[in-house]
Design a protein around this ligand. Sequence first.
Ligand code: ATP
Ligand code: CU1
Ligand code: MG
Length: 761
Amino acid sequence: MENATLKLRGMSCASCARSVEDAIRSVPGVKECSVNFGAEQATVDYDPRTTNLQAIQNAVDAAGYSAYPLQSQNLMAGEDDAVIRHRQKESRDLQRKLTVGGIIGSLLVIGSLPMMTGLHLPLIPTWLHNPWLQLVLTTPVQFWCGKTFYVNAWKAFKRHAATMDTLIALGTSAAYFYSLFATLVPGFFIAQGLMPDVYYETAAIVITLILLGRLFESRAKGETSEAIRKLIGLQAKTARLIRHGTEVDVPIAEVQIGDVVLVRPGEKIPVDGEVVEGTSTVDEAMVTGESVPVKKQPGDEVIGATLNKTGSFQFRATRVGADTVLAQIVQLVQQAQGSKAPIQRLADQITGWFVPGVIAIAILTFVVWYNITGNLTLALITTVGVLIIACPCALGLATPTSVMVGTGKGAENGILIKGAESLELAHQIQIIVLDKTGTITQGKPTVTDFVTVNGTANSNEIQLIQLAASLERNSEHPLAEAVVRYAQSQEVTLADVRDFAAVAGSGVQGIVSHHLVQIGTQRWMEELDIHTQVLQQDKERLEYLGKTAVWLAVDGEIQGLIGIADAIKPTSPQAVKALQKLGLEVVMLTGDNQRTAESIAREVGIKQVLAEVRPDQKAEVIKSLQAEKQGSTRKTQHSIVAMVGDGINDAPALAQADVGIAIGTGADVAIAASDITLISGDLQGIVTAIQLSRATMRNIRQNLFFAFIYNVAGIPIAAGILFPVFGWLLNPIIAGAAMAFSSVSVVTNALRLRNFQAKTF
Ligand SMILES: Nc1ncnc2c1ncn2[C@@H]1O[C@H](COP(=O)(O)OP(=O)(O)OP(=O)(O)O)[C@@H](O)[C@H]1O
Ligand SMILES: [Cu+]
Ligand SMILES: [Mg+2]
């Protein structure tokens, strides 16, 4: 199964998005497809054995739109010229049509002012109201400025569908052809005792207003993708390489893995790499969101696009082009912006039924009014009004625009949100489970105590350290690394190990220098029938201090106890407090023992601790937390649980959680593993993410309200429901203005999200 993102062209409203979706889905081999109208892109899952991108593109073409694949290589180079040219041409075309429509529209309105207001206005020449002149003026507006509506309506018609273009084409045509008829054969109306009134200005003004709305909309939509442009703009243009001992400046695209790059103070780091010489501090805020500059020395990783501050240094490039952290972030954000939030499905379903429904209401309006009053003009005005006001365009924009701004804003804060669904779910989180090691704590444990059974006789102690560290060298566990580092600091040489085995959640064992060495938890020692009474007091003391105590057994006898401390991240207590203030239940989950866990929990202010949980049980624990039902007002059957972990060994638990949040530290971003990735290790990022999710959802609800209110309130008024009582009718021109305004207000509201700022507690 392959996944591709396609950029789309030619969509004018949410029903277009549905048509494209249907077209792509109908291609054999396509598994799943979702089209985002706001981002103008489609994400497609397809089977490369049965279909290919070309077939999918052809299907989109056949439906009357166009699609082209989005490639990460092009991505970093910015948008390709063809796209930019196309967009510029479109916008110029729109502006020209607007100017023509605007001038003619105003003339027509001025001309019909005396008739509309019933006043005698001496300054307005009567010939401006001549129907033949009006016909000549309106015709280019109707068929040149309004051409896209006809073209799109026709495309839809061929698919047996109706879009908002259908509504506009129908509505304005009704006004235009009615007027044309009245101009050509006024006698027909006079014979029935009616005035041969014309409504040319209605058609012209509605078309102009809707075009104006589209221009605003496309400008504002351009701004919603600002985040991506900003991210791409972070990239350095050139890199200073050291080749054959001399410095050469090369364009960033030519940097290859293994190249040695020189960075001076105040310069941008061009690509990802590892420092080989020199020290400095680097401002990584633009990528990680972490505001404190980070110290760098040989061996440390640096991230491309971050800013070197104090010293100059050399580094070896390890990731270039589309593989850099920045490129991956850009790609991820782009995909997320194009994904669909669950709340949007509702809007989509409504739009699907909307247009046919509106046409039905319009026909009904016409028939009812004509039959009741026999007044053709009244029937016409109400019908045109219904067709125009009912345009569901704002409904299609409501969710995607907010999602685009929200995910972009996340990226700015070092929060990568994988899709709109995660963004939506995050605002409902009730329980948040934090992994201890590496999440609450720094994940850089160090050995602080080493207690041996046979006292501190020097040779005995050194020998035990050697056995322990030799064994631990084979383990990837952070605790193991601490033991190895400790041994190295004591300048102990390590021996070879045979029959090494790691027991997840318990410890490790192996044969070192003909001795069976086992290192691990109390529980494991008990399972192995090794007595641990000897150092029990020391163990409890260490654990009260929040240290992890691991037993060292040689040939089935306890020989020592290693105390390992892992300091908490300085921001953890504050973040925990903020999460609790946001109304979340905070739970600590760890494989470490109960006492150590409780000590750490006390330090950061967590009340609920689930300790001694084996790695393979963590997902189960999440499941049981989900089963905990909370408050009967929730629609969901289970509690919404988020799990925060380092993304590698916690993968099953992250997957089981409703929202899996991975902590990436520095360049090791485990982007693919989770729903949300915090690029900096700071837990404060979770607080920001949840607030951002809440703000985005609030914004989406406001948008849906804006979008709906026009239609819901407008349709009955346009249909003339108030006419019998108050004599109110909705002038189709007002309907057109309201329609244009609703789209603009939705997009403008979404852009407000750009001002989002996380609240600190
Ligand atoms: N390689 C090892 N060396 C020493 N002890 C180990 C090793 N692997 C596991 N243990 C013991 O098993 C316990 C549980 O390990 P596990 O990896 O499940 O959790 P953890 O890393 O301590 O905590 P967390 O679940 O918060 O990441 C550890 O606390 C330690 O006592
Ligand atoms: Cu519309
Ligand atoms: Mg762990």
